[in-house]
Design a protein around this ligand. Structure first.
Ligand SMILES: [Fe+2]
Length: 550
C-alpha cells in the first residue's frame, strides 16, 4: 500500500510517505518554504497544506498521485465540537473545522490528479499515538503509548496500548485541560513565541528555583482515572508578564522552574497510571509536543515504571504526518515497520553537490576523508558546517545538517549562540561516540535522537564546558558507527587529536530560520556566518582558502 500522510491543521505542516508499511520519505514544509514552523497556528491558516513537501515525497519515491492508495490527514473534523463547549476562547475555531472538512478538495487542488475520495481523516491523537507506538523499535511486547499534546479535536492527551499493531485507547483527557496549552501559556507570558519557543522555557527553568510548586500542585494535578485537571492560572501573581525584548529576571526563571517541575510530576503520575492500566507493558512510546521536553523525558525514564522509554523524534505535530500514514497503512492491511532513522528528507548525490559548488565558483577540495578534515578544523577550535546525506525529519539536527564545534572551550557556547543569534542562556548540545558514552554521561542510552537530558559526570564537566548546562546536564546524541558511519569517523578522529570523544552539535541554521536543507542554503549560511569549514558531502570548502582570492 502507498499512503501519503499529511499534517496541516495547526502548525508544522509536513508530509510523509509510507510504502508497504515502511516510511520512505518525510519532510517538514518549513524546509521547503523557508518559513519557520511552516505557518502560525491560527484558524485562518488551517487550509494551507504542505504542498511542496508532499510533492517531493511522491517524486522522490517515483510515485504518481493516482497510484496512492490513501492520503491520511491527521485531524478528523467529524469529532469536533463547538469551541465554547470545549472551554476554549477561540471565536474562529469553527473556521479551522470548516477548512479541515474541505481538506480533500484542497488536497486534490494541491496534488493534481488526486481523487478526493482517497483522503481519509485520522484523529489527531491517533496519528500522534501511531507515530510513537508503531514507529518504536519493537521489543516483541505490548507497547504503552502516551500522547501529551496541546490540543487535538476535543482532547489534549491519549493514553493507550498497542497490541499486535492495534491501538486500544484507555483514556483521553478532554479540553480545555491541556499540559501542552499550559506550557504554551507560560511561554507567551514569558515573552516568547508560543507553539515555537517552549524549549527556551525549559532551558530557562534550569536557572530558577521552583518556589511556586506548592500552588501549582493545587492547580495542575492528575486524576485517578488516567486524566488530569489544569485550573485557571493567574500567571501575573507569580511573575509579571515579559515582553519579547523585556528583561529576563529571576522571577521569570523561578516561574519556569516551577511549571517545569510540576509538569514532570504530573507526567510521572500519568505514566504510572498507564503502566497499571496497560497491564505492565515494559516499553513506553511517547509523542505530542510535550514529549519534546527532554528534561521531563529523562525524569520519566529515571523514575517511571518502564524499562524503556522511546520518544518519536518528530514528537510535535509534524510527526502526525508520519503517524497518520502508518496508522492508515495498518488499517489497510500492511504491517508498519519501526523507524530505522530520521534521515528521511532531501539528499543530493556527490555529483549534484559538486555541480552546486562549481556553479557557486567556490574553491573546494575532495579530501581523502571529509570526516578527518572536519575533525582537524574542530581540533583547532574552528566551526564546521556539516552537511551530509539526507536531511532530518523533526526539530533536531542529528549529524546531517549540523553546525559543529569544539566542546572544550568555554567560549564556544557564546560563539555558537552569536553565530546563530540565540539567547545566551540556551545550552548547546553534544554528540558522543556510543562506545564512550558511559564514561562521560549518565542516563538514557542509546539516545540517537537527542530527546533526553543526561548528567555529565563531575570529572568531565571541566573538560567539556561548552556542552555542560548550568545544572550539570547535557542533551546528548549518541552516535553509532553502524547507522552513522561518517559522523562516527569524525568523532573518532577528533578524539584521536584531542582526547575528547565529544563534539558540539547544533542545528545548521541562523536565527529564526528553518534548518538548512539544500546545498545552496548551506553555502549561503557558510558565506554569511563565521564558519571555518563547509563539509558538503565529501567536499571541503575552507574559509581561509577564500581569503587569498579577496
Ligand atoms: Fe498535536
Amino acid at each position: 500500500m502507498r499512503v501519503l500522510g499529511i499534517n496541516a491543521i495547526f502548525h508544522d505542516p509536513a508530509a510523509a510517505l509510507v510504502v508497504d508499511g515502511t516510511v520512505v520519505a518525510a519532510a517538514e514544509e518549513e524546509r521547503f518554504s523557508r518559513r519557520k514552523h511552516g505557518k502560525r497556528p491560527v484558524p485562518f491558516s488551517a487550509w494551507e497544506l504542505p504542498e511542496l513537501s508532499a510533492a517531493w515525497c511522491l517524486a522522490s519515491a517515483g510515485i504518481d498521485v493516482d497510484n496512492l492508495d490513501a492520503v491520511a490527514y491527521s485531524f478528523d473534523p467529524g469529532l469536533c465540537r463547538d469551541a465554547a463547549d470545549l472551554g476554549l476562547g477561540d471565536p474562529w475555531d469553527w473556521l479551522r473545522v470548516d477548512y479541515a472538512k474541505r481538506a480533500p478538495q484542497f488536497l486534490a487542488a494541491a496534488l493534481p490528479g488526486l481523487d478526493p475520495e482517497k483522503v481519509r481523516f485520522v484523529p489527531h491523537h491517533v496519528a500522534h499515538a501511531a507515530s510513537a507506538g508503531l514507529a518504536a523499535p519493537r521489543a516483541g511486547d505490548d507497547t504503552a503509548v502516551l500522547v501529551l499534546d496541546g490540543r487535538g479535536e476535543v482532547a489534549s492527551h491519549l493514553a493507550g496500548v498497542y497490541r499486535d499493531g492495534r491501538l486500544s485507547a484507555l483514556y483521553s483527557q478532554q479540553l480545555p485541560h491541556s499540559l501542552g496549552l499550559l506550557y504554551e501559556d507560560l511561554t507567551r507570558h514569558l515573552g516568547f513565541l508560543h507553539s515555537s519557543d517552549e524549549y527556551k522555557v525549559m532551558a530557562l527553568a534550569s536557572y530558577g528555583r521552583p518556589r511556586h510548586l506548592g500552588l501549582l500542585r493545587e492547580l495542575v494535578r492528575a486524576t485517578d482515572d488516567g486524566g488530569f485537571r489544569v485550573e485557571r492560572i493567574d500567571w501575573a501573581s507569580m511573575a509579571k508578564a515579559r515582553t519579547a525584548d523585556g528583561e529576563m529576571t529571576e522571577e521569570h526563571a523561578d516561574l519556569a522552574a516551577s511549571v517545569q517541575a510540576r509538569l514532570e510530576e504530573v507526567v510521572l503520575d500519568l505514566s504510572r497510571w498507564l503502566y497499571d492500566a496497560a497491564g505492565g507493558a515494559s516499553t513506553l512510546a511517547m509523542a505530542g509536543g510535550v514529549a519534546l521536553n527532554c528534561v521531563a523525558n529523562a525524569r520519566l525514564a529515571a523514575e517511571g515504571p518502564y524499562r524503556e522509554v522511546w520518544v518519536q523524534p518528530a514528537a510535535g505535530d509534524s510527526g502526525t504526518a508520519l503517524g497518520a500514514a502508518l496508522h492508515m497503512a495498518g488499517t489497510l492491511g500492511d504491517r508498519p515497520t519501526p523507524l530505522a532513522g530520521v534521515d528521511l528528507g532531501r539528499g543530493w548525490s556527490d555529483e549534484e553537490l559538486e555541480a552546486e559548488l562549481r556553479r557557486a565558483a567556490l574553491p573546494y577540495t575532495r579530501p581523502a576523508s571529509i570526516a578527518a578534515e572536519a575533525a582537524r578544523v574542530l581540533a583547532t577550535n574552528g566551526i564546521v558546517a556539516w552537511y551530509q546525506g539526507r536531511s532530518e525529519y523533526g526539530p533536531r539536527a542529528l549529524g546531517h545538517r549540523s553546525l559543529l564545534a569544539h566542546p572544550g572551550d568555554p567560549a564556544t557556547t557564546a560563539r555558537m549562540n552569536d553565530v546563530k543569534g540565540r539567547e545566551q542562556f540556551r545550552p548547546i548540545a553534544p554528540m558522543v561516540r556510543a562506545e564512550r558514552f558511559a564514561e562521560i554521561f549518565e542516563g538514557v542510552f542509546p539516545s540517537p535522537y537527542m530527546l533526553f537530558v543526561h548528567r555529565v559526570k563531575p570529572e568531565w564537566r571541566d573538560r567539556i564546558p561548552a556542552v555542560t548546562h548550568v545544572d550539570g546536564t547535557a542533551r546528548v546524541q549518541t552516535v553509532h558507527a553502524d547507522t552513522e558511519p561518517v559522523v562516527a569517523e569524525m568523532l573518532a578522529e577528533f578524539e584521536r587529536l584531542t582526547g575528547l570523544p565529544v563534539v558540539v552539535n547544533t542545528s545548521l541554521n541562523t536565527a529564526g530560520r528553518p534548518m538548512v536543507d539544500t546545498p545552496r542554503e548551506a553555502m549561503e549560511l557558510f558565506g554569511s556566518a563565521p564558519v571555518d569549514l563547509l563539509a558538503l558531502g565529501p567536499f571541503a570548502v575552507h574559509r581561509r582558502s577564500l581569503a587569498g582570492d579577496w
